[in-house]
Design a protein around this ligand. Sequence first.
Ligand code: MG
Length: 196
Amino acid sequence: MVYVCAVTLVAPVVAQHKDTVRNVIQQIWMSAFVTMSRKEKMMSRIVEKEGYKKPIVNCVIMDLDGCIADDRRRRIHIPDWPKYYADILNDSVFPEQLFLWHRIQREVPIFIFTGRPEYLHNDTKEWLRIHGLEYAKMFMRPDKSKDATWKLKSEWLSFIQSNGVSPSLVYEDDPSCCSMFAGAGLVVHQVLRSAQ
Ligand SMILES: [Mg+2]
């Protein structure tokens, strides 16, 4: 009722002064546009001043165990690796890392570098699917390999770099892997948690 009365009263006024109303609307629109342009100019000045290059991050490397997969109940089996990996499908997920992964996967490709042996590929793939974790490619330890995990990850890094992929950011919990990635010039976010 109030709405009908308001329209009945305002409509003739608007019709009588339609040119003025149109000018006012145009001025409001233009001022909003100019404000947006100023914001964009300000942002580009910041980018120029700080020396950022777009895109800042092209892709991200993620570790699994201890980083996003909660392996704490399995760690008692180390160094009995078959036992350590026996129950990976029932790992819970660290929610903070899940939060990050879901946001990162919307923006850039994720490469998984994991020390898990390749015979666990299907179980790992299923666990990732259950938690909605998307990725571009997953690198896993060859089943017979006894190499240190940092050495394998160094080789995978060289491999993707030689194929035109330029990762700049890593999420990793293993100190030796963190050192290797940092030494290779990548920014490492080391994931540290209490043992509980
Ligand atoms: Mg790990």
